[in-house]
Design a protein around this ligand. Structure first.
Ligand code: ADP
Length: 551
């Protein structure tokens, strides 16, 4: 395994010599590992010198070295008994020692076929004996040796060989310590950088372990929930400390909390609006997002980011109030205009001639109706979401509510050529504000009709859960469907799946927001499943009262 000769670059008396020497099979990786240690050329260090001193004295040799075998030189990190600090690789004994794992020993170099003509044997320092134990870089490459040399032939006893191995192991540890120190320094730098980021973040950032205990909280998190001057959040059960009550103040068991569920199951949960509770017992409206943290695929906890949205809520409330005020101011004169137009159209003050005047009056009536509807929706939404519209709850038959809703939209359905079908299997009593539930159903039915094709049908299907006292009301159409990217936002105010809907389908995007407010005020939910071209199903869930009504 002889390699191409290498030329020495260091010592004048050896420059003329060009010696062939073997290369280890991992030479490229070995050199990379050696250079990564960044130790070549560094000053002498006592922690290495004490090893070579000890090797020299305990093995009773004049020379002991810790060498590192570089591209074409051998450099001494520690040296006892030689004047120079490196030799060309071509004349080095260690070049051979790093080829295998155990001690490489030359008992009499003058008689050795490899070394007999070596200039360090034929000339100063007239070496005869060499024994070197390789030392490895952390990745396992043999990068150098701990070696002992003598000017006399000799042979190590088994005990001396063991000592050389032990001391080489010590040297190896010292070599690795460099990387450990360096890694610790890097980790410290990284930790510092991470802390600066966490300190500067305006959002609260909290890390939880699998038990839900806070293991890390940035200053913003502790300040937002008022724990910054009270020992911080670290070590506390997060849910019990800041999330143990719902927005309405009712108890919130951790088993129901979606953030808590992330501690065991992988996932991400977000909430645009939620309530945390400050240490002083006041509510903190937040937007939050949490994700499971995993190590080797196993959940090790979760990280939670949250921000204070009280100002945002304040602005939204002010906007809603303003819109409601304008709507209120508009609705009164609009209603009176509508009344006058309706009277004129009815012919009470004389028959109107057919033709353009009649058409204009019809158009004025339609548009006034639309404006009144819009103003009413804005007002209703604001009142419902601000809690200024108390629900007048009373026992109501779901069958009656569905019928009333269908009756309301029948005219529109007929005009559009859409059939209406309903299935309410068993009589069910709800404890609800009947007008509001009809309003919600009418909104869903109205949309279903609007977005269906002539000749198709819209169905209302009522199902009842056998496990709990929940009723499901599905409003299904086979119309155009809602694009997946729009599904998440159609329940927001003034949102349409398609920007042309406001113009083409007469709507301000308030209907579904209103439905959501009404249903949530009844402790229910409203969701949608839809596929493009195949239609949509909006599902309302509501808690039933104590059971069935007499049939
Ligand atoms: P609008 O009063 O403008 O109809 P909504 O809040 O009721 O507003 O609905 C918002 C948007 O959601 C609609 O403009 C439409 O884009 C979409 N949408 C609602 N229901 C349906 C449906 N059944 N099929 C298809 N798209 C629908």
């Amino acid at each position: 395994m002889n390699a191409t000769p290498r030329q020495s670059t260091t010592e004048p008396h050896e420059r003329q010599a060009a010696y062939a020497y073997p290369l280890p099979h991992d030479e490229a990786g070995r050199l990379a590992a050696l250079h990564a240690l960044e130790i070549l050329g560094t000053p002498r260090e006592e922690r290495f010198d004490r090893i070579t001193r000890f090797a020299r004295d305990s093995l009773q040799v004049p020379i002991a070295l810790i060498t590192l075998v570089d591209t074409d030189r051998q450099w001494y990190k520690s040296c006892q008994g030689l004047p120079n600090d490196q030799t060309p690789r071509g004349v080095s004994f260690c070049t051979y020692a790093i080829l295998s794992d155990d001690i490489y020993e030359v008992t009499d170099a003058s008689q050795d076929p490899v070394f007999s003509d070596n200039p360090t044997v034929t000339g100063p320092p007239y070496l005869r004996f060499y024994a070197g134990q390789p030392i490895r870089a952390p990745e396992g490459h043999r990068v150098g040796t701990l070696c002992v040399l003598d000017r006399r032939p000799r042979q190590l006893t088994p005990e001396q060989r063991q000592r050389l191995r032990d001391l080489a192991g010590w040297a190896e540890l010292e070599l690795h310590a460099v990387t450990v120190y360096r890694a610790a320094r890097e980790t410290e730098k990284l930790r510092h950088r991470l802390n600066s980021v966490l300190d500067a973040a305006a959002e609260g950032i909290v890390a939880l372990d699998t038990a839900g205990t806070v293991v890390l909280a940035n200053p913003a998190a502790e300040k937002l929930v008022g724990w910054h001057e009270h020992g911080g959040l670290k070590g506390r059960d997060f849910h019990r400390t800041v999330h143990s009550r719902h927005t309405d103040g009712t108890p919130y068991p951790s088993v129901d909390c979606p953030v808590h569920s992330l501690l065991q199951e992988r996932g991400v949960v977000t909430a645009q609006e939620d309530t945390f509770w400050r240490r002083d017992g006041t509510p903190l409206p937040v937007r939050r997002s949490a994700a499971t943290v995993t190590e080797a695929g196993q959940p090790t906890g979760a990280v939670l980011v949250f921000e204070d949205i009280s100002l945002e809520q304040e602005v939204t409330r002010a906007k809603d109030e303003f819109a409601a005020m304008i709507s209120h101011e508009l609705r009164t004169p609009l209603t009176s205009i509508r009344g006058s137009l309706a009277l004129m159209a009815s012919g009470t003050f004389g028959e109107l001639p057919t033709g353009p005047l009649h058409d204009l009056l019809d158009m004025a009536l339609t548009n006034t109706d639309r404006l009144v509807r819009l103003a009413t929706q804005v007002l209703d939404y604001e009142r419902l979401s601000s809690g200024r519209m108390p629900l007048r709850r009373a026992p109501a038959s779901l069958r009656d509510l569905v019928s009333a809703s269908l009756d309301t939209v029948r005219g529109a359905a007929d005009a559009a050529g859409i059939g209406l079908e309903a299935e309410v299997p068993s009589p069910i009593t709800l404890h609800v504000d009947a007008d509001r539930i009809v309003q919600a159903l009418v909104n869903l039915l109205g949309n279903a009709i609007k977005f269906s094709r002539r000749g198709h049908a819209v169905t209302v299907l009522v199902r009842r859960s056998t496990e709990d006292s929940t009723v499901y009301i599905d409003v299904t159409d086979t119309g155009r469907g809602i694009p997946p990217d729009a599904v998440g936002r159609i329940f927001d105010r003034f949102r349409q799946a398609d920007s042309s809907d406001a113009r083409d389908h007469e709507g301000a995007g308030l209907g579904l927001a209103l439905v959501k407010s009404i249903i949530e005020a009844h402790d229910g939910t409203v969701t949608v499943r839809s596929s493009i071209g195949a239609g949509s199903t909006f599902t309302i869930t509501l808690p039933t009262s104590d059971g069935t009504e007499p049939s």
